[in-house]
Write a protein that binds this ligand. Structure first.
Ligand code: ADP
Ligand code: MG
Length: 687
C-alpha cells in the first residue's frame, strides 16, 4: 500500500514552488492532497451544436479548423490569435490573447474540441480564450471537470493535474475502513472508487455515490467519536451535591429587575443539576444581551454559599474585568469575594491573588487563559463557568475542570447554533436556551448599503456623534494574504488613517486590533467607555461582550466577508442603552447570495433564525468559520444539506456503540481506525 503520509513534494509535478502554494491550502501530505475535494464541477462532456448556443454561456463544441491560427501583434507585448472553425450547423471565430503557441497546436483541416464562453452578436458566434483538446484527447474537455476551492496563485488546471498525479500514485490501493456489513447494508461505494470518482466522476450519478460514501465516513466517525467520549463521561463519576437550603431566590428577589421567564427556567435546570451528585455539564445558549451573565452569577452564589469556589473563564481581558465589576455589584453584598486574574497586573498583585485562591480567601476567580496555568491552585473549586465557549477548545475546558474535584460546569455561548445541530455537536453536554430578551430592549435598526451610500453613512455617523452618541466602525477580515493577522492590522490602520485625516478629522478617533498589547487595548476600551473616544475603529476584537450603552451606531465595512452569526454578535454591541441604535452593513458585491444574506440581517433580529438561514445559504463550514474551536470541521459533509444523513448515521452510531462500546469486535476494528483518524485529527475534540 502507498504511504499516504508522504510529503506532497513526491507527487509528480510538485516542485518547491508548488509545495509552498499547496501548503497554503493546508495540503502537506499525499493524503491531504487526495482529500482536497472539489467545490463544484463543470460538465464539459456534452457537445453542443453551434446553432444552439446562447450568448454568454459556456459550451463544449466539436469543430473542424477551417484556417490555420493567425497571430497578430499589436505591439511587442500584445498579440492575439484567431482561427475560424465550423461544425455541421454554423461557423465560429475563436480568439485568444497573448497565446501565440496555439499556432503550433491547431492545424487547418483537423478536428478539435473547445470549451469556453460564447459571445453572440448579430448572429456571429465567437469563442474567447477556450481550453481545447484534439478530438481523440480528453485532457481539458469531453468530461466532467472538478473545480477546486482556490485562493492563491495556483490555477485550476495545475491543481487538477497534480491531483490526477496523486491519484495515480495511490493507484487504487487505499485500505477500506468501513466494515463489509456497512458497505452492504448502505450500498456504499468502496473507498478507492469513491476517492477517484469524487475528483474525476465519469458521470453525475457516480459523483453522487462517491459523495454519499465520503459524507458517510465523516459523519459516522464524528458520531462514533462523540458517543465514545460521552460514554467515558458517563462512568459513575461522583460530583458535588450543593446545599438545598441555599436558595437562588435570595439573590433573585434582591435584583433591581425581574428575571425573564426564560432566565428563571434555565436557573431551575441549573439548580436541579447542582443539587444532584452527578457533575453538571450544561451548555447555556442565549442571544447577545439575553442575560446569561446574571444567570451565572446566581449559580455562583449557590456554589459559594454551599462552601465552594467558582472559576469563570472569559475570552478577553476587557471582558474579564467587566465581569468582575458586574459580579462585585451583585455578589459583594452577600460577603462573596470576587477577583480577576488577568495579564497586565503587577507580579505582586498576581502573587497575592494566587495565594488567596489557594487559601480559600477568594470565592470567585474570573480570568482569561491565565486561569488555566498550572500555578493557579484552588482550595476547593466546585463550579466552572466558561463564557463565550467558541473561543475555548474542549481541551482548555477540561484543563480548568481538572483543577477541581469533578466540579459542575456551565458553558455559556452566544453563538446561535440551531438546536438540532447543537444536540448532535455537543453530544456530551445538556442544553438550556434563553430564548427571550429582557423587556424594553430596543431593536437595532439595520441597513445594508452599497458603496454609493458611503457619504450618507458618514454624514449619519457625524450627526449621531454630534448629538452625544458614539460609534463603532468594524473592519473586515482580509483573505488571500500571507499572514492574515498582519493584513487585518493593515486594514484597520489604513481605514483609521483615512478617516482620521479626512472624513472624521474633527472627531476623536482611535483604533483597536487583536495584535495590540492587552494593556493598550484595555486603555482604549476604557476611554471609549468613558466617552473620551467618539469613534472606535476596530477589528472583531470588540465582538464579545463589552458594554458601552452610549454607543448607538455600528458600521461594518465589507460586511459580505463576515458570517451572519458574527454580524449578529457585532450588532449586539449597540442598543445596550436607552438610545435608538443603528447597524449599517456596508457591502461590496453583486452576488445574489450576498444580497440575500444582507437582507436576512435587515429583516431578522433573532440569532437562531439568522443562524439557520445562514446555514442554508452557505453551509456549515463557512458558518462556523475555520478557526472556531470545539466544532468539528468537515471536508465534505455539510451539516445543513446532510441533516437527514446525519440523523440516520447518528442512529446507526448508537446501535454500533451499544453493541460494541469500544469498537473492539473484529468486524468493527477498521471503524476504530476511521474514528481515530478522522475524529482525533480534529484535536480539539479529544480530551
Ligand atoms: P449576555 O451575557 O447574555 O450577553 P448580559 O448578562 O450581559 O447578557 O445582560 C445584558 C444586560 O442586561 C446587563 O446589563 C444585565 O444586567 C441586564 N439584564 C439581564 N437580565 C435582565 C432582566 N431580566 N431585565 C432587565 N435587565 C436585565
Ligand atoms: Mg455575555
Amino acid at each position: 500500500m502507498v504511504n499516504l503520509n508522504q510529503d506532497v513534494k513526491y507527487v509528480k509535478g510538485v516542485g518547491p514552488n508548488k509545495v509552498k502554494l499547496l501548503n497554503k491550502l493546508n495540503i502537506y501530505t499525499l493524503n491531504d492532497l487526495i482529500t482536497y475535494y472539489p467545490r463544484d464541477y463543470e460538465d464539459r462532456s456534452i457537445v453542443t451544436n453551434l446553432k444552439d448556443v446562447v450568448d454568454n454561456e459556456k459550451y463544449t463544441i466539436e469543430v473542424l479548423a477551417l484556417t490555420d491560427v493567425n497571430v497578430r501583434y499589436i505591439n511587442r507585448n500584445k498579440n492575439y490569435e484567431k482561427v475560424i472553425v465550423k461544425d455541421d450547423t454554423d461557423n465560429c471565430v475563436i480568439t485568444w490573447f497573448n497565446q501565440p503557441y496555439v499556432k503550433d497546436n491547431i492545424k487547418k483541416g483537423e478536428k478539435y474540441r473547445f470549451y469556453g464562453k460564447v459571445t453572440k452578436k448579430n448572429g456571429f458566434i465567437e469563442l474567447n480564450s477556450p481550453t481545447y483538446d484534439s478530438i481523440a484527447n480528453t485532457k481539458n474537455t469531453g468530461k466532467i471537470i472538478p473545480i477546486y476551492p482556490l485562493t492563491n496563485s495556483l490555477s485550476q488546471n495545475v491543481l487538477r493535474s497534480i491531483i490526477e498525479n496523486g491519484l495515480k500514485l495511490v493507484n487504487s490501493s487505499l485500505n477500506e475502513k468501513l466494515p463489509k456489513y456497512l458497505l452492504d447494508e448502505y450500498r456504499l461505494l468502496d473507498i478507492n472508487n469513491a476517492i477517484n470518482q469524487i475528483h474525476f466522476p465519469d458521470n453525475f450519478s457516480n459523483f453522487s455515490k462517491a459523495r454519499t460514501r465520503l459524507v458517510f465516513d465523516e459523519l459516522l466517525s464524528m458520531q462514533l467519536g462523540l458517543l465514545m467520549l460521552k460514554s467515558e463521561n458517563l462512568e459513575e463519576i461522583k460530583g458535588i451535591k450543593y446545599r438545598k437550603d441555599v436558595k437562588m431566590s435570595d439573590v433573585i428577589n434582591d435584583l433591581p429587575f425581574k428575571l425573564t421567564n426564560a432566565q428563571l427556567r434555565v436557573l431551575e435546570d441549573i439548580n436541579n443539576d447542582m443539587e444532584q451528585e452527578k457533575p453538571m455539564n450544561r451548555l447555556l445558549q442565549g442571544d447577545v444581551g439575553s442575560g446569561k451573565t446574571i444567570v451565572s452569577m446566581i449559580a455562583a452564589y449557590k456554589a459559594v454559599k454551599s462552601g465552594y469556589q467558582v472559576a469563570m473563564l472569559a475570552p478577553t481581558m476587557i471582558l474579564a474585568k467587566q465581569h468582575l465589576v458586574n459580579f462585585q455589584k451583585i455578589l459583594s453584598q452577600y460577603g462573596i469575594r470576587c477577583e480577576a486574574l488577568v495579564g497586565g497586573i503587577t507580579a505582586k498583585k498576581k502573587r497575592e491573588i494566587l495565594e488567596k485562591v489557594e487559601n480559600g480567601d477568594i470565592d470567585v476567580l474570573i480570568g482569561t487563559h491565565a486561569l488555566i496555568e498550572e500555578n493557579v491552585i484552588f482550595k476547593n473549586l466546585g463550579f466552572v463557568v466558561t463564557d463565550e465557549q467558541h473561543r475555548f477548545g474542549v481541551k482548555q475546558r477540561a484543563k480548568i475542570v481538572s483543577k477541581g474535584n469533578n466540579p459542575d460546569v456551565l458553558v455559556m455561548t452566544a453563538t446561535p447554533i440551531p438546536r438540532t445541530l447543537a444536540l448532535i455537536l455537543y453530544g456530551d453536554l445538556d442544553i438550556s436556551v434563553i430564548d427571550e430578551l429582557p423587556p424594553n430592549r430596543k431593536k437595532v435598526e439595520t441597513f445594508a448599503v452599497s458603496k454609493r451610500y458611503e457619504e450618507r453613512v458618514n454624514e449619519f455617523i457625524k450627526k449621531e456623534v454630534r448629538s452625544g452618541r458614539q460609534a463603532y466602525i468594524v473592519c473586515p477580515l482580509v483573505e488571500e494574504s500571507d499572514d492574515e493577522s498582519t493584513a487585518n492590522l493593515k486594514a484597520v490602520t489604513e481605514i483609521y488613517e483615512n478617516y482620521k485625516n479626512d472624513i472624521f478629522k474633527d472627531f476623536k478617533l482611535e483604533y483597536l486590533h487583536g495584535k495590540m498589547k492587552s494593556k493598550d487595548k484595555d486603555e482604549i476600551m476604557e476611554r471609549f467607555k468613558n466617552g473620551e473616544i467618539e469613534i472606535l475603529i476596530s477589528t472583531t476584537v470588540i465582538e464579545v461582550g463589552v458594554d458601552v450603552p452610549n454607543a448607538s451606531v455600528m458600521v461594518i465595512e465589507n460586511a459580505e466577508r463576515f458570517g451572519l452569526a458574527q454580524l449578529h454578535q457585532l450588532r449586539g454591541r449597540v442598543g445596550r442603552g436607552e438610545y435608538a441604535s443603528y447597524c449599517i452593513l456596508k457591502y461590496n458585491s453583486k452576488s445574489e447570495i450576498v444580497r440575500q444574506r444582507m437582507e436576512i440581517m435587515t429583516k431578522t433580529d433573532n440569532g437562531f433564525t439568522i443562524a439557520e438561514k445562514d446555514l442554508q445559504l452557505r453551509g456549515s463550514g463557512e458558518f462556523f468559520g475555520t478557526k472556531q474551536h470545539g466544532i468539528p470541521e468537515f471536508k465534505i459533509a455539510n451539516l445543513f444539506k446532510d441533516m437527514e444523513e446525519l440523523k440516520e448515521v447518528q442512529a446507526l452510531a448508537l446501535k454500533i456503540i451499544n453493541k460494541d462500546p469500544k469498537l473492539e469486535k473484529e468486524e468493527n476494528k477498521p471503524l476504530r481506525e476511521l474514528v481515530k483518524e478522522q475524529f482525533t485529527s480534529k484535536a480539539e475534540l479529544t480530551i
